[in-house]
Design a protein around this ligand. Structure first.
Ligand SMILES: [Zn+2]
Length: 167
C-alpha cells in the first residue's frame, strides 16, 4: 500500500476545519489502510487525515507496539465527556523535531464512527487520551503548538523515545 506524503507546517490545510464523513465506502477504507501504513513508516502513534491533505474527520491512533498494539479508527469523533488534567510532552509528524509540554484532559469519553459507519463509544485515559485529543484537534484545524506551555529540546527527551511522541 502506498505511503502518503505528510504535510508539514506551515500549510493552510493544517489550519482548516475538516468536514464530516458520510460515505463509509471502499475509498474510505483504502485511505484508512494507507494512513496506517504511513503512520507505521513514520514511527507515529497517531495520524489525522489533514496531515495527508484530506480535509475529512478521519484519524487513527495506535500507541502500542508489538503485542500491545491496538489500532483505533476514529471517524467523525467527538469528545462527549472529559475530566482531570495531565501535562506531558507531545510531538507531531507535521512539526519534525519540535516537542513541547501540553496540558490535556486526563480521561475522555469519545463517540465516533468505525470504518463501516457504526457508532461506538470509547473511554481513554493517560497517554491514549492524550494522543486521541491531539488527533481530534487536527480535525478542527487546531495544532499542538497553540497549546504548548513549554517547548522541550530534543536532547531533553529522556523518558520518551522520539518515536513515541510523533502524532
Ligand atoms: Zn499532530
Amino acid at each position: 500500500m502506498p505511503i502518503l506524503e505528510i504535510i508539514h507546517y506551515p500549510n493552510e490545510i493544517l489550519d482548516t476545519e475538516c468536514g464530516r464523513v458520510s460515505s463509509f465506502d471502499k475509498d474510505l477504507h483504502r485511505l484508512l489502510d494507507n494512513m496506517y501504513e504511513t503512520m507505521i513508516a513514520e514511527d507515529g502513534v497517531g495520524l489525522a487525515a489533514p496531515q495527508v491533505g484530506i480535509l475529512s474527520q478521519i484519524a487513527i491512533v495506535d500507541i502500542g507496539e508489538g503485542e500491545e498494539s491496538e489500532l483505533f479508527e476514529l471517524i467523525n469523533p467527538e469528545i462527549v465527556e472529559q475530566r482531570g488534567n495531565q501535562i506531558d510532552i507531545e510531538g507531531c509528524l507535521s512539526f519534525p523535531g519540535l516537542y513541547g509540554k501540553v496540558p490535556r484532559a486526563k480521561v475522555i469519553k469519545v463517540k465516533a464512527n468505525d470504518r463501516y459507519g457504526n457508532e461506538y463509544h470509547l473511554e481513554a485515559e493517560g497517554y491514549l487520551a492524550r494522543a486521541i485529543q491531539h488527533e481530534i484537534d487536527h480535525l478542527h484545524g487546531v495544532l499542538f503548538t497553540s497549546k504548548v506551555v513549554e517547548y522541550v529540546h530534543e536532547s531533553e527527551l529522556t523518558d520518551w523515545s522520539e518515536e513515541q511522541l510523533q502524532r
